[in-house]
Design a protein around this ligand. Structure first.
Ligand SMILES: [Cu+2]
Length: 159
């Protein structure tokens, strides 16, 4: 039984080693779809050596925050709840219009330009990330200043 305690210690290590700063979020913003719901978009980067998984999110600005993705079903964009989103070591994942996003449901107040929306992202063993996203209802789909036409045709999405 000599190995029992060391094995337990090793099993607990990932929690203790959940290095802060491994996962970072940038280029985030939120926008309202209607007075009661909105969505948050951002680029998540994992600079660590192990995968980190976005398990879910919460926001003080909304009753509920859900991970969603958008799907093109015979030319009609539909949003569906999606499972955890894994970001591999050394890679990044974009939550973008027409793709994955954090849906804010039951907004306590409509999202107004110039305000910020608090969001807590739960990366499980990789920790929690607290961010405040600017509200930008005018922002067009696609990367800022780099609307290269890749997203053409997705502009009819309703949020
Ligand atoms: Cu959605």
């Amino acid at each position: 039984m000599k190995s029992f305690i060391p094995a337990l210690a090793i099993a607990l290590m990932p929690l203790a080693a959940a290095a802060e700063g491994t996962v970072s979020v940038h280029d985030g913003y939120a926008r309202g779809a209607n007075p009661k719901s909105g969505a948050a978009f951002m680029v998540i980067e994992n600079a660590g050596t192990t995968a980190c998984t976005l398990m879910g999110a919460t926001s003080d600005a909304a009753d509920k925050a859900e991970l969603h993705t958008s799907r093109d079903e015979r030319g009609v964009m539909k949003m569906v709840a999606t499972g955890p989103i894994e970001i591999g070591p050394g890679s990044s994942h974009e939550l973008a219009r027409g793709g994955d996003h954090v849906m804010l449901m039951g907004l306590k107040a409509p999202l107004k330009d110039g305000e910020t929306v608090p969001l807590v992202l739960d990366f499980g063993d990789c920790g929690l990330i607290h961010i405040a996203l600017p509200v930008d209802n005018q922002r067009k789909p696609g990367a800022a200043g780099a609307d290269d036409g890749d997203h053409a045709g997705h502009g009819t999405m309703t949020h």
